[in-house]
Design a protein around this ligand. Structure first.
Ligand code: C5P
Length: 244
């Protein structure tokens, strides 16, 4: 049985305002995508990674990730489409430990038939601790079909309308901010994407729509998503502290 990690990395990163797509922005001299993929592989529970890159960056991503058990393909117009492209690839491409692609054999044959767990992990979370990835996989393998890392909220949360007027305060004790990697039994994630009719901001949301239970494990502050220039600066500072 093997674990495949899908890494949606096809976003443009408009909110970051960088000259290159977000996953290719350098963080401490190493592109964010490389840090994210290496973090997954460092967990020692991920057998191979499928990266969905911007169509015009597929070659660049392949060069950056050469020598790793990684397949790179073109993503889609939104995150859900990018993950969908990668999930299709699980069924048709296998990867040997040295990074060479080979076509899978007959449907249901080949290494992909042994995939039991699929992780989906944003390229934009480059400092995610490998231990978090291992904890998510362990929770899936212990019998939870869908697992998300979750953190309690520090701030009070208000419901507001388009004019900024407050309509209520939501009880934050029942709220959680969820991160990635999110982990799934391959069968449940496949069914969730087959049933999905619109884009979602996370993969567990599609599983919830199926009526399947979603389990939480404790998230980690370092698994934050790099979205804005402030996030990038924070990530640089944290990296500097790690290496000093
Ligand atoms: O835009 P946001 O930060 O929510 O994106 C989360 C992740 O989804 C990022 O790693 C981004 O590269 C990826 N993404 C994608 N395809 C898109 C848009 C976003 O793979 N079309």
């Amino acid at each position: 049985m093997s674990v495949v990690a899908v890494v949606p990395a096809a976003g443009s990163g408009v909110r970051l305002g960088a000259a290159v797509p977000k996953a290719f922005v350098s963080l401490g001299g190493v592109p964010m995508l490389v840090r994210t993929v290496d973090g997954l592989l460092d967990s020692r529970v991920v057998d191979r990674v499928i990266v969905a890159a911007p169509a015009d960056q597929v070659g660049t991503a392949r060069s950056l990730l050469a020598g790793r058990p990684v397949v790179v393909l073109a993503g889609g117009a939104d995150r859900t489409e990018s993950v969908r492209c990668a999930l299709r690839a699980i069924g048709r491409v296998t990867e040997d430990a040295h990074g060479g692609e080979r076509a899978a054999g007959s449907p249901g044959g080949g290494r992909e038939s042994q995939v039991d767990t699929v992780l989906v992990h944003d390229a934009a979370r480059p400092l995610t601790p490998p231990e978090l990835t291992a904890a998510v996989v362990a929770a899936v393998r212990s019998g939870h079909p869908a697992v998300v890392p979750a953190l309690p909220l520090a701030d009070t949360v208000k419901q507001v309308d388009g004019d900024g007027r407050v309509h209520g305060t939501i009880d934050r004790s029942v709220l959680r901010a969820v991160q990635t990697p999110q982990g799934f039994s391959y069968d449940v994630l496949r069914r969730a994407y087959a049933a999905a009719t619109s884009a979602a901001t996370d993969d567990a949301g599609l599983v919830e729509a199926l009526g399947e239970p979603v389990h939480t494990v404790p998230g980690h502050a370092s698994a934050f998503k790099v979205t804005t220039p402030w996030d990038l600066e924070l990530a640089e500072l944290l990296l500097r502290r790690r290496t000093s």
